[in-house]
Design a protein around this ligand. Structure first.
Ligand SMILES: [Zn+2]
Ligand SMILES: [Zn+2]
Length: 624
């Protein structure tokens, strides 16, 4: 295992400035243009707090800049055959070589051997673009037919990185649907602790600057606040800051006291948002420390079921599917996860975890869990440019599990990090289709990633009017951005014979930073051992009897008919810390988001409301 090389902060800044300049003036010469286009391809790496570029943009910029290269040869004059041969060699070199130096030499050699240009030009071009172009190539891994369709023309291949695809459903008719009814009063309920998006910042420093130029503040390098500027609080800060370890530990102490827990779901994003300076070694040490801390505080008798977040890897969002082998694969991460999570998961689950970061396990007789690796659905995972068709066969595997559960009369909960409605179109469509087919089996869907307390609805595909599922999106542990720290508790029907395993209620607990960063008697010092307080209980807050899909659908009607209910949701969505109310466009787009458990529905919202793609982009942004 060797830590991956990262570009330095300052070189990134310079290149970013270059890229901004060249994009504004397309007449600037090719070297800058090429650097800019490699950066466009790489943006999701660094821009974890910005909307991802739309898929069309990078292609366009890329093609324009490539065709405007004035370095002595033109890809358009190269035969299709030759182009594919070059890229085949390139791809093989890029796949097997971890050494950038060797990859650079391979590119130079291929260039010379195929007489693409004279030797001097070949050497110069590799020298010039080595660092960034090769890194982008390494990471975008353009396949020969796609690269050559792009460079030589459409006659040479197809450039459809995210082409639609379908999983196969077994030839078993869907069983008739019985609408859920509330359980008899006094029926047993399971209390499930739900943790997501911890984002522990090792370099958090209380008293440092809460506002800074970097994407993450309140840390060692943020500097100290000048006069009257805000500073990082002891327990956390309302700013673009993550959490110190003592706040995470305090959360676990409080959660342990609030037990006993029947089990725990933990849906990822352990490291902080310093995505420009992370190494594999650090990511693994944070994974290990937090996993052990959870184990220590909750005790050996509570089973924790984790899911993989998009921040677990470095570069952020980089999750090569199993077709990538060797040092570039995800083995460095999944192997450590399997080691650290072995106290909670059986060997069979650890096996698929090591393979693709997902697993299934029986929680109790009659209830099964599926933990999905949602990084295989994310546009920001640039490895999917190579092949985005059901990466790791995860959805086909899900269908297999669900069919077996249906046959055995078992209910299934699905957990994952990124909500399915924010996934690539085809992945999202297929997932929605699966949930439709197995609506009587999938009785809970639990996600995180947006850091907000929200949800997304699933309707019947035929009419898109009958609600049949809710993907719960729980609020983050971290404050990032401007939030109180928090966690969620779900109340699930069961465990008794014939229990529905549906979510009956949920609670959200927060650490109110306004109160705990300053002791009442001594405003300059924080409260010792603060309590995490109940922010709200869903049934009480919204006047509901249960939280079935039909209840959520009615609640959304209330959001429209009674603005007070919606503004309450808006306040709770931000864990009790928000300054502006949400009106007009904000409200329309949020309602659209809540309705759209499928990505193309979100795009429809954009179309219908004239948002011009902003809604889908904003919702998809890899903030978390
Ligand atoms: Zn997150
Ligand atoms: Zn995330």
């Amino acid at each position: 295992m060797s830590p991956q090389k990262q570009p330095t902060n300052s070189s990134w800044r310079t290149l970013h400035q270059l890229s901004v300049r060249t994009m504004r003036s397309p007449t600037l010469l090719s070297p800058l243009g090429l650097i800019s286009c490699t950066l466009v391809l790489m943006l999701p790496l660094f821009g974890s707090c910005h909307p991802a570029p739309s898929p069309e943009q990078p292609r366009l910029v890329f093609t324009n800049h490539i065709s405007s290269l004035k370095v002595g040869f033109n890809w358009r004059n190269v035969s299709c055959h030759l182009c594919k041969a070059v890229f085949t060699i390139l791809d093989i070199a890029l796949l097997s070589d971890t050494n950038e130096e060797r990859v650079a030499r391979a590119v130079g050699e291929a260039c010379i051997r195929f007489h693409l240009a004279d030797e001097r030009v070949c050497r110069e071009i590799t020298e010039l673009f080595r660092d960034d172009f090769i890194r982008a190539l390494e990471q975008s891994l353009l396949w020969p037919s796609e690269a050559c369709a792009l460079l030589v023309g459409p006659s040479c291949g197809k450039f459809d990185m995210y082409a639609p695809w379908n999983i196969t459903l077994p030839n078993v008719p869907k069983p008739p649907v019985t609408p859920p009814s509330p359980p008899k009063s006094g029926s047993p309920q399971s209390r499930v602790l739900f943790l997501t998006d911890i984002h522990w910042d090792q370099e958090y420093v209380a008293g440092s600057a809460a506002d800074c130029k970097d994407p993450l503040c309140c840390r060692k390098d943020s500097g100290f606040p000048s006069w009257r500027r805000r500073e990082a609080g002891y327990w956390g800060t309302y700013s673009k800051c993550d959490l110190p370890l003592w706040t995470v530990e305090n959360l676990l102490e409080n959660a342990a006291r609030d037990g006993p827990w029947d089990w725990v779901y933990w849906t990822g994003d352990i490291p902080a948002h310093n995505v420009w300076s992370q190494t594999r070694k650090q990511q693994l040490s944070e994974l290990t420390i937090i996993s052990r801390l959870i184990h220590k505080h909750l005790g050996p008798n509570v089973t924790v079921y984790p899911a993989v977040g998009n921040h677990e890897s470095t570069p952020v969002n980089s999750f090569p599917p199993p077709f990538v082998h060797g040092n570039r694969s995800c083995a460095w991460l999944y192997d450590t996860m399997a080691e650290e999570w072995a106290p909670w998961l059986p060997e069979q689950a650890l096996k698929t975890l090591r393979y693709g970061g997902f697993y299934t396990v029986e929680i109790q007789p009659g209830l099964r869990l599926v933990s999905l690796n949602m990084n295989f659905c994310a546009r920001e995972n640039f490895w999917l440019m190579v092949n985005s068709t059901d990466p790791a066969n995860q959805l086909q595997w899900l269908v297999h599990i669900l069919q077996a559960s249906e046959d055995n009369g078992e209910k299934v909960h699905i957990i994952g990090h990124i909500p399915p409605g924010l996934c690539l179109g085809s992945w999202s469509w297929n997932y929605y289709h699966i949930v439709n087919r197995y609506e009587s089996t999938v009785t809970g869907q639990f996600f995180g990633h947006t850091h907000m307390d929200e949800f997304q609805m699933f309707y019947d595909e035929a009419t898109m009017t009958r609600p049949l599922g809710v993907a719960f999106i729980a609020p983050s542990v971290t404050t990032y951005v401007n939030l109180n720290p928090g966690f969620r508790v779900y109340y699930v029907d069961g465990n008794y014979k014939g229990s529905s395993r549906l979510v009956l209620d949920h609670e959200t607990y927060i650490l109110n930073l306004t109160e705990v960063n300053h002791s009442p008697g001594a405003p300059s010092s924080p409260v010792q051992n603060p309590k995490w307080t109940l922010l709200y209980r869903a049934t009480e807050a919204y006047g509901l009897t249960s939280l079935f899909p039909s209840d959520y659908d009615r609640m959304m009607q209330a959001f429209i008919s009674d603005d007070h209910v919606f503004q309450k949701f808006w306040y709770l969505r931000h864990k009790g810390h928000v300054s502006e109310p949400c009106k007009e466009t904000c409200k329309t787009s949020l309602l659209c988001f809540l309705r759209s458990g499928r990505y193309d529905e979100l795009e429809q919202c954009d179309l219908l409301n004239g948002f011009g793609g902003n809604l889908a982009r904003a919702a998809r942004k890899t903030l978390c």
